[in-house]
Design a protein around this ligand. Structure first.
Ligand SMILES: [Zn+2]
Ligand SMILES: [Zn+2]
Length: 404
């Protein structure tokens, strides 16, 4: 819970209630709803209320309007008895869930946009400060999300979808924005549902290109004809070749160093010299030394792999955020997206679900730049300002502003 005052939470909850009252028909209704477990966080308590069973979409809508929860989830799993305690639920199967969170990606901007606040003095501090220098209280962290964070999360989602569709042949795939800084990808093809943790672990390894060795790609010490990965090869072979070619064409050694952390990449410097002036329409594996090949493969794999949260995917009892519900960390909608339209999705426009045509005064401790619909709000620091509701809610939810 990040609200600074009780009043802030109460104000936001009223808006959530209105959203669910007017638009609860938009929320996602999971298939076989009566076999799902539901759970939610209220605006008041810190613990999740879970083991809820619902029998119909109208019961789900009624719950949302009545409770107007801060966050709401349903199980990826199907159970015989969804209301029973965990060990007596009677697990039937579970969708395969992937979570991509910009927080886990190495975005360099993070250091520049996260900060801390003192909730009593309403002062802001750098992210590494511990206590308020004015009152001595412990500080609360405010995590900001910028366009770069969102773009790198989208890129991971794009890679993941491509691997799931072309390599693994999954067909029933749901994609949703998390409403904060990431994406959820859920596979519900019949044959994944019975998979246990071990099988899910193998899928994680596959999408993350774990254990992918040059030896297994036919790139061992002595290179034989026709066995090295080529651009049009299926699966990881082709993906490695395409990514390797891109890295070699860019000639960007810093990127290769960063991807692999491999100091021996100096061997590659000499090889890159040899490649100068050569037209590369495929990967010149035979010009690269064995050690350079190893480095290039490792860099290509790292940059083509989809970086997902392995814990989420392996968990066969996972609760996932209800599609098109509101995320209590931002007030944004956890927008369902057609996987084919990921590139057209605008995180500054589409998930803005609360009103932009009404305004409210808030005291902003600190805020980064905000883009919502066609409004652009520059960074604010220590001021009472009048903001469109949806953007005021974003700041209240993050604990970066309070009602004056
Ligand atoms: Zn203070
Ligand atoms: Zn960022």
């Amino acid at each position: 819970m990040s609200f600074i005052k009780y009043d802030d939470a109460a104000f936001v909850q009223k808006l959530f209630k209105r959203y669910y009252f007017e638009l609860s028909g938009d929320v996602y209704v999971p298939e076989r709803i009566e076999e799902r477990e539901f759970g939610y966080f209220t605006f008041a308590e810190k613990v999740m209320i879970r083991h809820i069973g619902l029998t119909s979409s109208s019961e789900l809508r009624q719950m949302l309007v009545e409770k107007a929860p801060l966050h709401v989830y349903h199980s990826a799993a199907l159970y015989k008895y969804p209301r029973a305690p965990m060990d007596q639920k009677g697990w039937i199967g579970s969708e395969l869930a992937f979570d991509i969170d910009a927080d886990h990606l190495k975005t360099p901007c993070k250091k520049s946009h996260d900060f801390k606040v003192c909730r009593s003095c309403l002062l802001d501090y750098p992210a590494d400060a511990e206590r308020c220098s004015s009152c001595g209280a412990a500080l609360e962290k405010v995590e900001w999300v910028c366009e770069d964070c969102l773009e790198s999360a989208r890129n991971e989602a794009r890679k993941l979808l491509e691997i799931l569709e072309s390599d693994l042949g999954f067909e029933k795939i749901r994609l949703a924005f998390s409403g904060n800084r990431g994406y959820h990808v859920i596979v519900s093809d019949e044959h994944v549902q019975g998979m246990g943790q071990q099988e899910r672990r193998e899928i994680i390894d596959y999408v993350m290109a774990a254990g992918l060795e040059p030896r297994l790609l036919g790139l061992e010490r002595r290179l034989r004809d026709g066995v090295a990965p080529d651009l049009g090869d299926p699966g990881w072979r082709g993906r490695i070749a395409r990514q390797a070619l891109q890295l070699l064409l860019s000639g960007d050694l810093t990127e290769i160093y960063e991807l692999t952390g491999d100091r021996r990449a100096s061997a590659l410097v000499r090889d890159l010299e040899k490649l100068r002036g050569i037209t590369m329409d495929k990967v010149p594996w035979n010009i690269l030394s064995a050690s350079s090949r190893r480095i290039v493969v490792s860099a290509a794999a790292k940059s083509a792999a989809a970086h997902v949260d392995a814990v989420v995917t392996q968990d066969v009892h996972r609760l996932i955020r209800l599609g098109n519900s509101l995320n209590g960390k931002t007030g944004l909608r956890a927008q369902l997206i057609n996987p084919n339209n990921l590139d057209d999705f605008d995180p500054a426009w589409d998930p803005v679900a609360l009103p932009m045509d009404e305004e409210v005064h808030v005291k902003v401790i600190r805020s980064g730049e905000i883009k919502a619909r066609d409004v652009q709000i520059p960074p604010i620091s220590g001021k009472v300002v009048k903001l469109p509701l949806a953007t005021a809610v974003l700041l209240l939810c993050r604990g970066a502003a309070t009602l004056p």
